[in-house]
Design a protein around this ligand. Structure first.
Ligand code: ZN
Ligand code: ZN
Length: 305
């Protein structure tokens, strides 16, 4: 089943060389999420064949324009297309005022319920916890309040070994096997031992989205073992001082965090307009962490079990 990230934009500050402002489309099975919504996001979705009406929730990391200026446009389009399904928006608290003002002066009342979930920008929090997954926030360190998001599937049940499965099992007994229990008779004697009929579960997958921020080594613990880490890599190490002065990170620092967190893969993004050629950023990261990749627009990265 799907667990994929499509890059819609990965440039910082100013859009150049055909690169757009930050936005990503994340699909976890039947859940469709948008992470940040820079200018032009709805056009990028069209270009890559992604349907905004499918979105269940939008997550905004912080209120610098390159991360949310496409939002009012996208929300308006959903309204004009007649959406009736609710949409959830997880964002810094002041975004509610900004959107209210924009829609008030446009005399627009959205046709669909927009559920605004103000984020606690200072403390880690669990913001979604359902049968399928959890989403938690991690406060980052940037010029203004900013959070990262970690998406993690819930553990999968044991898989049934269909070749060995006795034909006379009831649905309740099958459910018990999936939970790791033995099947017993009325007297409590074991009829079917769990380990004889089940196989290890599928691996639960995870994705962390961290932009914009200084390099924060202490996050390695909470990110431990994440399958894919997206981390901003605005600059090369030669601009490390500028990176820290502007509350950004280098490709080398992003790679260091991926290594310390024992991540599966690292995605680099939020590139400075000073870099037309992105290969040096990739090379710098790969010296520290081999499984590094550039977040190139239009590419989809799949996380497998
Ligand atoms: Zn930014
Ligand atoms: Zn920013």
């Amino acid at each position: 089943m799907a667990f994929s990230i499509t890059i819609l934009g990965s440039n910082s500050a100013v859009p150049v060389y055909g690169r757009h402002h930050t936005a990503q489309y994340l699909q976890v099975e039947n859940s469709h999420f948008l992470l940040d919504c820079g200018e032009g996001t709805q056009l990028q979705m069209q270009r890559y064949g992604l349907k905004p009406q499918k979105l269940n929730a939008i997550f905004i990391s912080h209120l610098h324009g390159d991360h949310y200026l496409g939002l009012a446009g996208l929300l308006s389009t959903l309204h004009l297309q007649g959406r009736s399904k609710a949409l959830h928006l997880y964002a810094p608290p002041p975004l509610a005022d900004i959107l209210t003002l924009q829609f008030r002066y446009a005399d627009t009342t959205l046709r669909y319920p927009l559920h605004f979930h103000p984020l606690d920008m200072r403390k880690p929090a669990l913001i979604i916890d359902n049968e399928q997954l959890t989403v938690r926030t991690l406060p980052l360190q940037h010029r203004i309040d900013c959070v990262g998001f970690v998406f993690a599937e819930k553990p999968y049940p044991l898989r049934l070994n269909k070749e060995k499965l006795p034909p006379d099992l009831s649905l309740a007994e099958i459910a018990a096997l999936k939970k790791g229990e033995d099947v017993t008779d009325a007297d409590g004697n074991i009829r079917y031992r769990n380990s004889d009929y089940t196989l290890p579960p599928k691996r639960a997958r995870s994705y962390a989205y961290l932009t914009d921020t200084l390099y924060l080594p202490h996050l390695a613990d909470s990110l431990h073992g994440v399958d894919m880490l997206y981390h901003e890599a605005t600059f090369l190490t030669e601009k490390e001082l500028k990176a820290s002065q502007t509350y950004h990170a280098t490709a080398g620092q992003a790679a260091l965090l991926a290594k310390e967190a024992a991540a599966g893969k690292l995605l680099l993004g939020h590139f400075s307009a000073r870099y037309k050629d992105l290969q040096p950023l990739l090379e710098e990261a790969r010296k520290v962490f081999e499984e590094s990749y550039l977040a190139i627009e239009g590419e989809t990265f799949h996380i497998t079990h």
